[in-house]
Ligand binder design. Structure first.
Ligand code: 5GP
Length: 141
């Protein structure tokens, strides 16, 4: 099967262009992080590069090299903000692997002992809750 091209009209591309709002947690020259609207656990956030690629498979290694330290920084902050026992990092490539938005992103999901993960792309969270959770992570950065 041939590799599909990146299409900037995906949801995260639109967030980067300012066409769709998000609950921003972190931004630098190359990276944006914001809350996932259907969190699998409290504090579930997404880290994306500003450079477009469909996923990890077609990403420029230089983009990945800048992105991963930010994933680490946000994982540490989210763990602290939500007093979590661990942090789950997830990243899906193509629909067969569960990918639903085709702009490279890393999921950062705080985990607590004994608390099961909610389903992937399950229920939309209240915006007031997402705003409060974004603030908690920003405060921990
Ligand atoms: P994927 O399935 O591609 O790995 O993950 C896409 C993620 O984006 C899902 O966890 C889903 O809940 C989240 N998501 C989908 N639409 C939006 C949106 O409009 N805004 C935000 N912040 N997250 C979204």
């Amino acid at each position: 099967m041939s590799v599909q091209a990146y299409d900037e009209n995906n949801i995260f591309g639109k967030i980067l262009k300012g066409e769709i709002p998000c609950h921003k947690v972190y931004e630098d020259e190359h990276t944006l992080a914001f809350m996932d609207v259907m969190p699998q656990a409290p504090g579930h956030l997404l880290v994306i590069p500003k450079t477009g690629s469909r996923n990890l498979l077609d990403a420029d290694p230089a983009v990945l090299a800048r992105l991963i330290p930010v994933v680490q920084k946000l994982a540490v902050a989210a763990k602290e903000a939500f007093e979590a026992d661990g942090v789950f990092i997830a990243q899906f490539n193509e629909p067969a692997a569960g990918q639903t938005v085709f702009h490279l992103h890393f999921h950062v999901i705080p985990r607590r002992e004994g608390e099961p993960l909610k389903p992937h792309t399950g229920k939309m969270e209240d915006h007031a809750v997402l705003a409060e959770h974004a603030r908690k992570v920003r405060d921990a950065l």
